[in-house]
Design a protein around this ligand. Structure first.
Ligand SMILES: *[C@@H]1O[C@H](CO)[C@@H](O)[C@H](O)[C@H]1NC(C)=O
Ligand SMILES: *[C@@H]1O[C@H](CO)[C@@H](O)[C@H](O)[C@H]1NC(C)=O
Ligand SMILES: *[C@@H]1O[C@H](CO)[C@@H](O)[C@H](O)[C@H]1NC(C)=O
Ligand SMILES: *[C@@H]1O[C@H](CO)[C@@H](O)[C@H](O)[C@H]1NC(C)=O
Ligand SMILES: *[C@@H]1O[C@H](CO)[C@@H](O)[C@H](O)[C@H]1NC(C)=O
Length: 361
């Protein structure tokens, strides 16, 4: 609809102007499309080249490093401990040695629950632990988390057997990106015999805690991109009802408080229920690798917390994780395993309906 009626002449001039403007705009648009197409294809070619180049450069750097390390070893100019350290990094964090069973999604999830698993003298709680986590989370919540299992036994065929059992029990969970299982060959571990005996620990205990340090470092290194937060438990743990929203609420409360934190503790037990930001996982993995033969991993966690400028531990109460087993993976602990007295499994005590009396809850 037009409100102003122009004279014929004016209208014609207007038309000519319009046409010219349209032609120019058309040309401009075509040029723009052409230029952006050229730019896009250049960028894509460049990116491919860059990725290739980067990979080649990385391989090259590793080769150089190995050469230099060899030469320095030969010349004995540098503390051999440093060379041992570099070799440890290269060996343990060798990506090509790691096998992960699971479906990688591009979308980062909210929480990863890390579970290292080794054989415990024939007692196996791992499936109960995984099932407990699945039972305490809704389908919606499960899309927000991943369960990351590391089969880390170093003797016999525990890893192989457990892997095929998990694969048949949890096919769907593995395919949907909810469950990951990791294995590594024994050759990535350093020699764990003849380590120094700090704290008067017996050699078997020193070996056990040093291997545990390597295990955890491997997990942290591999889990760093899966989610926003990472929480570590063990393979014999009971979880509390609705633990996922409870964790989220606690993190939000601490953040709203503007409290600076590196580690949040959702259980009082050793390394169980300790949560850290995934972006700190790589740093933590290297921290542990540097000191793996010095201290147990839960002590290293305390040091890491303070090194990250968190003055004191932050606990969530009541705690959300509890031990179920009574067999330590070291196999020499007395029967009475530590329990977390602040643990509450259910929000309300469950009423057993009369009709269901003989069904186990
Ligand atoms: C290692 O030492 C050899 C023999 O001295 C030398 O030829 C080579 O360049 C050195 N390599 C590196 C990476 O320093
Ligand atoms: C990593 O592991 C692969 C497979 O065993 C091996 O071929 C490669 O040399 C290793 N890389 C380094 C840097 O040790
Ligand atoms: C476990 O499985 C791997 C790969 O299939 C195989 O190479 C290895 O020999 C198996 N180990 C045992 C102890 O069965
Ligand atoms: C799940 O993810 C959604 C969307 O990212 C988020 O808003 C929600 O708070 C998450 N819930 C939990 C329990 O992680
Ligand atoms: C928030 O800060 C207050 C006051 O310092 C403290 O009492 C409370 O426990 C804090 N809450 C959390 C979740 O950190």
């Amino acid at each position: 609809m037009r409100y102003v009626r122009a004279s014929d002449c004016g209208a014609r001039r207007q038309n000519v102007c319009d046409m010219r403007a349209k032609q120019i705009l058309n040309k401009l648009a075509k040029m723009l499309i052409f230029v952006s197409l050229v730019c896009a294809s250049l960028l894509m070619v460049n990116r491919g080249l860059l990725l290739d180049e980067q990979r080649q450069q990385e391989d090259h750097v590793v080769k150089e490093l190995e050469n230099i390390v060899e030469n320095i070893t030969w010349e004995r100019r540098i503390d051999p401990a440093l060379i041992t350290q570099v070799k440890l990094y290269i060996n343990v964090l060798n990506e090509t040695e790691v096998t992960i069973y699971g479906q990688r999604n591009y979308k980062k999830r909210y929480l990863t629950i890390g579970i290292p698993s080794v054989s415990r003298g024939g007692k196996l709680y791992l499936y109960k632990t995984i099932q407990g986590i699945l039972d305490c989370t809704s389908k919606n919540e499960q899309r927000n988390m991943t369960i990351f299992v590391f089969l880390a036994d170093d003797k016999g065929d525990y890893n192989n057997k457990t892997l095929s059992e998990i694969q048949s029990r949890y096919t769907e969970e593995i395919q949907s990106g909810l469950l990951f299982v990791m294995t590594v060959p024994p050759r990535v571990y350093p020699d764990l015999s003849n380590l120094k005996q700090n704290f008067n620990d017996a050699p078997a205990r020193v070996r056990w805690r040093s291997k545990q340090n390597i295990d955890f470092a491997l997990m942290f290194h591999q889990a760093k991109d899966l989610s926003r937060y990472y929480i570590h438990i063990e393979d014999d743990v009971i979880v509390a009802e609705k633990f996922l929203p409870k964790i989220e609420r606690f993190i939000n409360a601490v953040d709203t408080n503007k409290t600076h934190w590196a580690v949040l503790r959702f259980s009082k037990l050793g390394f169980i229920g300790k949560l850290i930001k995934s972006r700190d996982l790589e740093k933590f993995a290297k921290f542990i690798l540097t000191l793996y033969d010095e201290q147990p991993v839960d002590w290293l966690l305390d040091h890491f917390e303070r090194s990250m400028a968190q003055p004191k531990p932050i606990y969530c109460a009541p705690s959300l994780f509890q031990h179920m087993g009574d067999v330590s993976s070291l196999g020499d602990k007395p029967k009475a395993v530590f329990r977390d007295k602040t643990f509450v499994q259910h929000d309300k005590p469950k009423k057993v309906k009369k009709a269901n009396k003989n069904r186990s809850v």
